[in-house]
Every structure is written in C-alpha cells, then in structure tokens.
Design a protein. Structure first.
Length: 273
C-alpha cells in the first residue's frame, strides 16, 4: 500500500474567504481533515462531504488529544494511504506546533507539505481596521505567546516588549492579561498605551474591546469575551485616518465593545492620566 501525504494547511483566522487558493485546493482533495478547535465551521465546509473530519482541538484544562497522540494519529492515517489535511488555525508555523508533527512524519518516511495561512494578528487587525505598523508609531512588530505551561509565570523579554515603537500581539493571552499588563508597565511602557482585544476575529461573532494597558485586566474581565481572544498592544492601535503621530492619546475614532452596559457605537478615550 502506498503511503499517504500530509498537508499542514493554515486555516486563517476564521473567515473562509481568507483561505488561500492553495488551501482551498488542498481541502478539496482531502480524504481526512484533522483539525484544531479554533478552525471555524465555515472553513471546514470547504472540504468535501466525503472527507472524514477528526477534531483534535485543545482547550485550556480540557485537552481532547495530547500532542503526541496527534502525531501518532497523523502517522497512522498516512500509513493507511490517506491524503490528509492537517488543518490549523491561522498559520501552521505561527504557534501551531507544526514542527513536532513534521518530525513525527519524517521519522516514518511520510511526505508532507505546508500551506501558509493568514495568521490571527493580520486577520484580526485588518478586520478592526487597525494597523500593526505605522511610520512614527510602530517600527517593529512582535508576535508573542501569552500562554503559560502548567500555570508557570511567563518568562518573556519584558524590557524588549515594552518598546513604545513596537506593536506587541499576544496570542492566547486572556488568562495572563494581569501579568501582561503589569510587566509591560513595570518595564516602562506607558499605562495609557492603546490596547485592543479581539474575540473570534473575522467571523460573524467578532467582538472588540478598546482599552488602555493599565485597564486591560479589569475591562477584559468585565467584557466576558468568548475565546479565542487576541490582544494587541501599542500606539498603532490608537491610529485613525488623518491624524498626526502626535495625536495618539486622543479618541481613536474606532468602534469599541465596551464592558458591561455601554451602548453600541460608544468610543473609549485614551486620555493621559
């Protein structure tokens, strides 16, 4: 029996229209789709009805599959001669643990390929009409995991992250928001730095919350945003068309999802304290 092939495909941030043409082609040819929890139903529908769908989604405190079990599953299916799509939210090589799966495939002589996807930071920022870089506001961009292993404190380059000219995007940072806020401020990032939380970005269920860095933990707790949540911190978040770079700290002009009872369309100010 011929050995199958595994394509590690980026599903993008949720909107099926953000899939690449190559991803759509791979899904159309799939016999088995092994997918993460964060892959939207709309994206899964792109695969043919005949394709077997296996959810190996992980959620904090409730892992349906351990990573080693996912590796073994891919190997088992490929050795049966199946054409497999390993469908991962965002991009496979951005906090997707793709390398661990590739190493397992290589160990068994199984061919593989990678189809890139739009990572959550790009998709969510565009959906919210927020730039990730902007001349005079953000000259660098960093993607950072906000997830701790076994509830251990985050061990990050806080001094480097607390650069006012850097936009920092935290993936999976909901549970550690208090630590993110405190450490960035402790290392010199101004308390009033504009901050954006995006829940279920690029999907019809998308919700946004604009706040300040020092108010992030309180406002995020009050907002009750469902996961997944992306947190974007930096002066570029406060940009609006037509403003000069010295205007950051004024009203952003962007829609805000206010915690609790604030009405739709209200806007939060990033005034200095």
């Amino acid at each position: 029996m011929a050995i199958g092939h595994v394509a590690l495909v980026g599903a993008g941030p949720g909107d099926p229209e953000l899939l690449t043409m190559k991803a759509v082609k791979a899904l159309a040819q799939a016999e088995v789709v092994v997918h993460d929890r964060l892959v939207s139903d709309a994206v899964l529908k792109v695969a043919p009805d005949s394709a077997m769908r296996i959810s190996v989604g992980k959620e904090a405190g409730r892992h349906s599959y351990k990573q080693e079990e996912i590796n073994d599953l891919l190997v088992h299916l490929a050795l049966q001669g199946k054409n497999i799509v390993r469908l991962k939210g965002g991009d496979p090589f951005v906090f997707g643990r793709a390398c661990e799966e590739i190493e397992a495939l290589e160990a068994h002589g199984i061919t593989w390929s990678v189809v890139p996807g739009i990572t959550a930071a790009q998709g969510c920022a565009s959906s919210a009409r927020v730039p990730l870089t902007h001349r005079g506001l953000a000259r660098s961009l960093r993607f950072v995991t906000g997830h701790c292993r076994a509830d251990q404190p985050l061990d990050l380059d806080w001094k480097g992250l607390a650069d006012p000219q850097t936009t920092v995007v935290f993936y999976m940072g909901h549970a550690t928001a208090p630590q993110l806020s405190a450490k960035l401020i402790e290392n010199g990032l101004p308390a009033e730095t504009p901050t954006l939380c995006i829940s279920q970005g690029t999907t019809p269920q998308e919700r946004r919350m604009f706040t300040r860095l020092d108010r992030l933990p309180v406002d995020l707790e009050r907002a009750h945003l469902p996961s997944p949540i992306l947190i974007i911190v930096g002066n570029a978040v406060g940009w609006r068309p037509g403003q000069s770079t010295g205007d950051i700290g004024d009203e952003t002009g962007l829609p805000s999802c206010e915690p609790d009872s604030a009405g739709a369309g209200q806007r939060r100010r990033f005034g200095r304290t």
